[in-house]
Design a protein around this ligand. Structure first.
Ligand code: THU
Length: 149
């Protein structure tokens, strides 16, 4: 695992400190609505043009309606017209880095297989990977375009 020591994320004509993205994710984690699991998660992403969005997990009494922090952040970006996601951070109040669930991996892959993904623990120690690495053999739009016999 690495710590943040001044690592920068390159976006259009600028750089953005990874530490800032992780702090945004941590701040978002404080807003998590988690009465059922008591497991807060925070996420923050930066788009290729330098816009940032954050998300927290939002649970529901009908458990399956819960939305993860990563998807909240991604859906906020997409709603604001920013689909080109360069990097996403996710953090849990955990000892181990909070690894994204399968659904979130599929959604990350949709918007950028090369998306940098920083998976962090409560101290901000992180593992860096990519959306495409997190989800091998993903379902993608090519599957939809096949003729059936
Ligand atoms: N959760 C996330 O927000 N992101 C993940 O990638 C894994 C799980 C949330 C969903 C639920 O609110 C809680 O963590 C426990 O599963």
């Amino acid at each position: 695992m690495s710590d943040t020591n001044e690592k920068m994320i390159s976006v259009q004509g600028a750089v953005f400190p990874l530490e800032k993205l992780l702090n945004m994710a941590k701040t978002a984690m404080q807003q998590a609505y988690v009465p059922y699991s008591n497991f807060p998660v925070g996420s923050a992403l930066i788009t290729k043009n330098g816009n940032v969005y954050s998300g927290c997990n939002v649970e529901n009494a009908s458990y399956g309606l819960t939305c993860c922090a990563e998807r909240v952040a991604i859906f906020k970006a997409v709603t604001e017209g920013n689909r080109d996601i360069k990097a996403l951070a996710v953090i849990g109040n955990t000892e181990l880095p909070c690894s994204p669930c399968g659904a979130c991996r599929q959604v990350m892959y949709e918007f950028n297989p090369d998306m940098e993904v920083y998976i962090a623990n409560k101290d901000g120690d992180y593992v860096k990977t990519y959306a495409g690495e997190l989800l091998p053999a993903q379902f993608d739009s090519r599957m939809l375009n096949q003729e059936s016999e």
